[in-house]
Write a protein that binds this ligand. Sequence first.
Ligand code: CAA
Length: 258
Amino acid sequence: MANILVEQADFVRVIKVNRPDKLNALNIETLKEFLKVAQSAKEDRNTRAVVLTGAGDKAFIAGADIEEMNKMTPTEAKEFSDLGNNLVSTVENMGKVSIACINGYALGGGCELSLGCTFRFLSEKAVLGQPEVKLGIMPGFGGSQRLVRFLGKPKALELCITGRNIDAEEALILGLGNRVYSKEDLFPKTLEFAKEISQLAPIAVRYIIEAINRGSECTLREALDFESHLFSLCFATEDMRIGTTAFLKKQKPNFTGK
Ligand code: CAA
């Protein structure tokens, strides 16, 4: 692939956008490659956690490619937005943990992609924001809609309308960031966390992600019912017997993923 690098470390897949000279901006080619890689990670039983990051030491992803957007017609812009939304939703619904390892700028489409991830780990130098308004456009890969769900209406309106960037400390306070590390520690700590997560029972992890993703979109009554169904399905797994038996025998569980 021209713009995406993929590495596998045990049960963890690392996906890196590799356009450092353009601060990893997402052009159509990169979005299509990324989507393929995300779909393959979703289907791969040997991948239990995915780390998303950007090449170079300046940016995670500095947004959608402005040079490409500059020439787009409304129809092309709609296709572009659908492609970006498809990528973010695929990551969000991979059924496995995804961690955005934000090593610098995560702006526009980059911030939006991180919002589809299960977790966001930030370097002290991370900068997040939805600056689209400054280009005469608005978020187009789900930013306005996920931010309102993450932060509530007042903060989502503020960030999207002012287009102001926030630093790692503010992102942590707002709850957008899960952890902040020094620049040097960010990647190794993220990988360590991903490896720990990949030792957990993958079906239980998948059901938790599904319960929270889908449950947050319906009424409490429907969501509780959905949770109850997924809870009972856990009892059909080998891992449920392994986990509960290990507890009773005071041993460490060795989950099989079945
Ligand atoms: N698209 C295309 N190219 C980009 C880019 C982007 N989003 N962001 C950076 N680049 C390119 C620059 O044009 C520059 O290329 P050249 O060397 O060929 O000129 C290169 O990356 C390095 O960037 P800068 O020289 O600008 O680096 P800097 O350190 O001075 O500034 C920055 C860094 C503040 C992040 C600045 O690059 C910037 O503001 N980038 C744009 C951020 C942005 O507006 N993102 C939102 C895009 S719109 C969007 O994402 C829509 C959506 O929701 C779908």
